[in-house]
Design a protein around this ligand. Structure first.
Ligand SMILES: Cc1ncc(COP(=O)(O)O)c(C=O)c1O
Length: 377
C-alpha cells in the first residue's frame, strides 16, 4: 500500500476472490460483505450472467469514438427512461456517479442560467464539483430535514436546482420526510428551479423500489444513476425528462470525454436491469428489508446503547447513542468476518440485494453477541 496515494483509508484484508455476498482472502477465510463494495454490487459479486455479458461484449467491442455507434446506448436509454418513467426523455452514459451528478448540475445551471443549487444537509453528491470535497461556497445552499424556517427564507428564483439525494448513504442513511421534500420541490418548481435527483446509491432497487425518489412521488427533471447500474463495473447515467431534453436541445453545449456511451458499460447496465426484472429482486429487497429491519429493531428494544434503526429496503443503519459503541460493534463484526460501514455513531448495512435470509440472521445474531459481550465487560 506504500505506493498508493492515501486519499481514503484502506483496509488490510487482502481479498483474492468474491462471490455473491462473500469475499475470500488468500487463506480461504470467508467474509460477508454488507457494504456491496462501495454500495455497487446490488446483484452480488462475480455475478455469472453479468460476467458472461462482459465476456461476450469484450469480444465484440468495448469502446468506440463518437463518429460511429454500437446501438447499445440507445437501447439502454430506452429501457432506463422507461424504468424512470421519463418517457420521451434522453440519457447519456458516463463512468462514475460523480460524473453523472456533476453533469446533471451543469445541465441544470445551463438551462436555468443560474448558479446556485440547494441540497439536503449531509448529501454527498459527487467527489468533485459541488460535491463533498468542494470547499464551502455560496453556490451551495444546504438545508436540514424539516427546517421549514430556513426553507421559507430561501429565494429559489436564483437557484438552478434542488438536488435531492434520497437516503444519503454517505451521510447517515436518513430519508427526509416526504412532506418536507414535497414542500421544497413545490417551492423550487414555482420559481423555475429544476428538480435533480441523485439516484447513484438509492437506484437499481436498493431501497425496495426501483428508485429512491419514488418513495416521495416526485417527478424529476434530471436523474443521475451509477453504482448498482454496473454492478461493480463503472458506468453511470444522466437521464433528462422530455421537457428538460427539449430545453437542452434548444441551447445545447458540448461535453466531450473519452468514455461516453461506451458499449461495454451499456451492455452491462442493460444486463443488470434485465436481471433485476427477471429475478423480481426488487420486491424481494423490500420484503427482506422489512425482515432485516424488524430483527434490528428487536435488538434495539433489548439494548439501550442503540438509539434507533433507520432506512428503507436493504439500506439500513443502526444509530448508537455514542460513537464508541458503534466502533466497538464494528470491530467485533470485523473480527467475525462481517464487513459493514461505520461512520460516527452509525453502522451501515447495504448488502447485495439477493442476500440469503440465513446471512441476515447470522449478521443480526453476531450484532447481538457484540452487544452482550460489551454489556458483560
Ligand atoms: C449519493 C451519491 N451520489 C454520488 C456519488 C458518487 O459516485 P461515484 O463514487 O461513483 O463517483 C456517491 C458515492 O458514494 C453517492 O453516494
Amino acid at each position: 500500500m506504500e505506493n498508493i496515494l492515501p486519499l481514503v483509508s484502506s483496509g488490510k484484508i487482502e481479498i483474492i476472490k468474491s462471490e455473491g455476498c462473500f469475499l475470500f482472502d488468500s487463506r480461504g477465510e470467508r467474509y460477508i460483505d454488507m457494504e456491496s463494495g462501495v454500495w455497487c454490487v446490488n446483484l452480488g459479486h462475480n455475478h455469472k450472467k453479468i460476467n458472461r455479458i462482459i465476456q461476450r461484449q469484450l469480444e465484440k467491442t468495448t469502446h468506440l469514438g463518437s463518429q460511429v455507434r454500437s446501438g447499445l446506448p440507445e437501447k439502454l436509454s430506452e429501457v432506463l427512461l422507461e424504468k424512470l418513467r421519463l418517457y420521451n426523455g434522453k440519457s447519456v452514459f458516463l463512468n462514475s456517479g460523480s460524473e453523472a451528478v456533476d453533469l446533471s448540475i451543469t445541465i441544470a445551471r445551463h438551462i436555468t442560467g443560474r448558479r446556485k443549487i440547494c441540497t439536503i444537509e449531509g448529501s454527498y453528491l459527487s467527489a468533485y464539483g459541488q460535491g463533498v470535497s468542494s470547499n464551502p461556497n455560496k453556490e451551495l445552499i444546504s438545508i436540514r430535514n424539516n427546517d421549514y424556517e430556513k426553507l421559507s427564507s430561501i429565494d429559489f428564483s436564483n437557484i438552478a436546482a434542488f438536488v435531492f439525494e434520497p437516503g444519503t448513504a454517505w451521510g447517515m442513511i436518513s430519508f427526509p420526510s416526504e412532506q418536507f421534500i414535497t414542500a421544497i420541490a413545490k417551492k423550487a418548481r414555482s420559481k423555475g428551479s429544476l428538480l435533480v435527483v441523485d439516484e447513484v446509491t438509492t437506484g437499481m432497487g436498493r431501497t425496495g423500489i426501483w428508485f429512491g425518489y419514488e418513495h416521495y412521488r416526485l417527478s424529476p427533471d434530471i436523474v443521475a444513476c451509477g453504482k448498482g447500474l454496473g454492478n461493480g463495473y463503472p458506468v453511470s447515467a444522466v437521464s433528462l425528462s422530455e421537457k428538460t431534453a427539449e430545453a437542452f436541445g434548444k441551447n445545447p453545449f458540448r461535453y466531450a470525454q473519452s468514455h461516453q456511451n461506451d458499449p461495454l458499460g451499456c451492455a452491462i447496465a442493460l444486463g443488470v436491469i434485465k436481471e433485476l426484472d427477471r429475478t423480481n429482486l426488487i420486491r424481494r429487497t423490500e420484503e427482506e428489508g422489512i425482515l432485516f429491519k424488524s430483527l434490528l429493531k428487536n435488538i434495539c428494544h433489548k439494548h439501550n446503547q442503540i438509539k434507533e434503526i433507520r432506512g428503507k429496503g436493504l439500506m439500513l443503519a443502526i444509530a448508537f447513542h455514542n460513537e464508541e459503541n458503534a466502533k466497538q460493534v464494528h470491530q467485533f463484526l470485523l473480527e467475525h468476518r462481517i464487513i459493514c460501514g461505520q461512520k460516527l455513531n452509525m453502522l451501515r448495512f447495504m448488502p447485495p440485494l439477493n442476500i440469503e435470509h440465513e446471512l441476515i440472521l447470522e449478521v443480526t445474531q453476531t450484532i447481538e453477541m457484540a452487544l452482550n459481550d460489551m454489556a458483560a465487560k
